[in-house]
Write a protein that binds this ligand. Sequence first.
Ligand code: URP
Ligand code: ZN
Ligand code: ZN
Length: 455
Amino acid sequence: MDLIIKNGTIVDSNRCYQANLAIAEGKIKAIFLGDKNFQAEKVIDAEKKMVFPGLVDSHVHFQLQDLGKIISTDTFASGTKAAACGGVTTVIDFADQTRGESPLKGFYERKKNADSQVAVDYSLHVSKTDIEFLDEIPTLISEGIASFKFFTTYSWRNLDLNDAELLILFREVRKCRGMVVGHCENDAMVIQYRNDLIQEGKTDPIYHAHSRPHIAEEEAIQRVLLFAEKTGVKLHLAHLTTKEGSDLLSLAKQQGLNVTGETCPHYLLLNEREYKGSEGYLNLMSPPLRHAKDQQALIKRVQDRTIDQIVTDHCEFSRESKGKGSVPFHQVLNGIPGIETSLPLMHDFLINKQKLTYPQLIALMSTKPAQIFGLYPQKGSLMVGTDADLVLFDPKIEKVITPEKLHYSIDWNPYTSLKVVGWPVMTILRGNILCEDGDFVGPQNKGKFLKCTNK
Ligand code: URP
Ligand code: ZN
Ligand code: ZN
């Protein structure tokens, strides 16, 4: 064997149990109790540690492009290094189609760019920004793209599809047995509210939240659920932020629709109060942070399993690129970092404070995303024969979140000074140690592209 991990508490999405793991050639070869006389090159004693399957973050934006230009601060290299240090061994990023251009070409370019840089395994969603090139969908699916992202807003960035285009896309993706992933906000409402606020001279960061009201999310979700019902396509709702949105997901599930949904740590932990103060501009993302009542509702929907998964929507910008607080809200680039802190934050919040169980946490952050996007059981599980992607987690370590100690390429963090109990102490990708005690120690670019398959 290459590696044995002994004395840990193994956690999967069903249970926690004591066992040892034997790993060879990047796979889990045995899960056993006692001593099986295995010879191993390295033995790690995981006493008092939990052993999780590597996390799967299915919504990240590394080196985000806007209108063809890279605008976010990180690269695939720095972003996946931070991911590894946070216990994330699989990410799904986006190949955004440039309107009027071939999404297949865009996918090959994005993949080529990522392949030479990634430290963890990865896949891509393809964002469809027009209804040209629908004949490329079967090829994209055979290349490993299971999910097609659509936007109901961002007309000013040439990303949105109108209702007729949504219906056409949904029908085509359904025919090809793919799934659609939606960023749902009503574009006309967002534009109208934004213009009204600007006219009134209301341009501070808090007005970003006012410019994207609850009803914009509620209406768009309601509409795409109807389209999904009528076309029969499998739908995944990205970054739910409101009580109304999560209630709609619950109702749709009760009605038997093939629909899943996600939220992000920031929508559970932060609310629009964060937009006040001189650093408020840093926390601008879309959809925006909401109210305490929405946080409560989302927590309930995480607890009752309506919300299937927690993702970060990681998207890093420096203070400079966010305008240093001196530009109106509608000119601030949207997005916050999250991938390195999502596990400790969600462990501290959901387990220590909200009393969810460890298997629930692993379901939300590893197993469900792997299942939804067709990577399970290779990812998202700890079973004999699956990839040896593991996180050794110390549930007792106390840490204060400090930007300088993280691996991002920026000097700020939405959770600076927050104390959490529990932190990942080792991350292993296919049997190779990537991160140990907060240091990235692995190869920088040995991550692999994963083909997602719809089942
Ligand atoms: O505000 C968000 N969610 N930023 C991520 C990148 C984008 O533009 O969707
Ligand atoms: Zn989005
Ligand atoms: Zn996003």
